[in-house]
Design a protein around this ligand. Structure first.
Ligand code: NAD
Length: 478
């Protein structure tokens, strides 16, 4: 292994580990494209200790100094933007265009976060006592553990690390073992910036080994996790043992509601794009449609055309694509199984439904109709390019069905009627609703799921506040 390559980053040094290395494969070709050293429990503990030791000095710096360090990281990302996007394409299977958007957005996100340095303000609270002043200050939590999925792996490092570091916390990041190479590249940029040792640490490994070591460490003050509902619940249970705070960004099953007066061309194009982007592996992409029965057929016609015209291929080879492969063989067979179950439950396959090619984890964009709200395909997250469409009588039925979900991350509504749009926005039990468009969310918004989609949120002012806690000071004057 070349020096620095594929290594964990602990206390300002790239270190190997006693454990074996993990092979990273390109999901389009299945070829091995890199290896990373797995962190054992001792190395994870060392990383947390390093973060703990570095935190008090880091927190003492004025926020504006921490912001300067963040802006250097953003500049380092921009300097490497093309190579970083190439890494993302190769290890995750994104299209070149989306990978570049992810890298550029990450740099912008870090810069945006740095702008909050002078804006996190405390409060002065009126006292009941004469000559007393009461101050409420915001302080960092301490050591943050950031546990990441593989679908937007580079951006998610920044979504955890930028607000953590700006507010005076230190962090240990654990990427998904599907996509560690971009995280090593991130750590190299942090290393070149010269943050104090221990402020940013990276440990790699599976959830069962490195992940477990991290969540059970009593020196961790906040676990910020993005991933599946099942893992999120497990992490919350484990965190309870140490009363460690959690911030959970979990799965979704976003309903898109298309009303009779909708611009059907806009609705079809937005929903299709949202469903094939990143091969449908996005927590907030439209996952199911409730369409007014009066416009069901024309919507299906438009969607069918778009689904069949989707440009699918190896994104390392071809730039002009709508989607690449799914991330792994396991992901592909999971999606295949869900489609098979849907058709055996009675759904009609309009297009797709099969794997594409003999090499790589490609699955055809798949459109299903004649689905009913009790089918698993309408209720369980499907992380792939599969869209079930259900006809409904109108907005009332659409809202009832949309709100009967266990998930509550994002939702969308297509209508030209302002009153209907406003009613949907009032009544949908979701953290976000897009009117006449689909994802993505804005960095200055607040990405937060209700119900099983999570606890807490990310982005903007409210996302930053997840990384601080209050301290109230009473000053009794005479
Ligand atoms: P996952 O839950 O399988 O894994 C996520 C991370 O958790 C990985 O790093 C994994 O190694 C780690 N992990 C697994 N078991 C662990 C354990 N016992 N202890 C500690 N860590 C453990 O999720 P995934 O397949 O990587 O990602 C896809 C999921 O992420 C989907 O459900 C998707 O909806 C969700 N997601 C949500 C958002 C959001 O903002 N709400 C964003 C992106 C992805």
């Amino acid at each position: 292994m070349p020096k620095k390559d594929g290594q964990n980053y602990v206390d300002g040094r790239f270190v190997a580990s006693a454990l074996e290395t993990l092979e990273v494969r390109n999901p389009a070709t299945e070829a091995v494209i890199g290896r990373v050293a797995l962190a054992d429990a001792a190395l994870v503990s060392e990383a947390v200790q390093a973060a703990r030791s570095a935190q008090p000095e880091w927190a003492k710096k004025p926020a504006i100094e921490r912001a300067v360090a963040l802006r250097k990281i953003a500049a380092g990302i921009r300097a490497e933007r093309v190579a970083l996007a190439r890494t993302l394409v190769a290890e995750q299977g994104k299209t070149q265009e989306l990978a570049q958007v992810e890298v550029d957005f990450t740099a912008d996100y870090i810069d945006y976060t740095s702008e909050w340095a002078r804006r996190i303000e405390g409060e002065v609270i009126p006292s009941d006592r004469a000559a007393e002043m009461i101050f409420l200050n915001w302080k960092p939590l301490g050591v943050v553990a950031g546990i990441l999925p593989w679908n937007f792996p580079f951006f998610l490092i920044a979504r955890k690390a930028a607000p953590a570091l700006l507010t005076g916390n230190t962090i240990v990041v654990k990427p998904s073992s599907e996509t560690p190479l971009n995280a090593v590249a991130f750590a190299k940029i942090v290393d070149a910036v010269g943050l104090p040792p221990g402020v940013f640490n990276l440990v790699m490994g599976s959830g069962a080994s490195a992940g477990e070591s991290l969540i059970e460490d009593p020196n961790v003050d906040l676990i910020t996790f993005t991933g599946s509902v099942e893992r999120g619940k497990h992490i919350m249970r484990r965190a309870g043992e140490n009363l460690t705070r959690v911030n959970l960004e979990l799965g979704g099953k976003a309903p898109a509601i298309v009303l009779a007066d909708a611009d059907l061309d806009l609705a079809a194009r937005s929903i299709w794009q949202s469903r094939v982007i990143n091969a449908g592996q996005v927590c907030n992409c439209a996952e199911k449609v409730f369409v007014d029965e009066r416009v069901h057929d024309p919507l299906i016609e438009r969607l069918k055309q778009l689904f069949e015209a989707t440009r699918v291929g190896d994104p390392s080879e071809t730039a002009a694509l709508d989607m690449g492969p799914l991330v792994s063989e396991a992901a592909c067979s999971d999606v295949e199984g869900r489609v098979r179950r849907a058709t055996s439950d009675g759904a009609t396959l309009i297009t797709g439904g099969t794997r594409i090619g003999k090499r790589g984890h490609f699955f055809a964009p798949t459109l299903l109709t004649d689905v009913t709200s009790n089918m698993s395909i309408m209720n369980d997250e499907t992380f792939g390019p599969v869209l079930p469409v259900q006809a409904v009588a109108g907005l009332d039925e659409a809202l009832t069905l949309a709100n009967s979900s266990d998930y509550g991350l994002t939702s969308s509504v297509y209508t030209r009627d302002l009153d209907l749009a406003l009613r949907a926005a009032r009544e949908l039990e979701y953290g976000e609703t897009y009117i006449n468009r689909e994802n993505f969310e804005a960095m200055q918004g607040f990405h937060a799921g209700r119900k099983n989609s999570g606890i807490g949120g990310a982005d903007g002012k409210h996302g930053l506040m997840e990384f601080v806690e209050s301290h109230v000071v009473y000053i009794q004057g005479r």
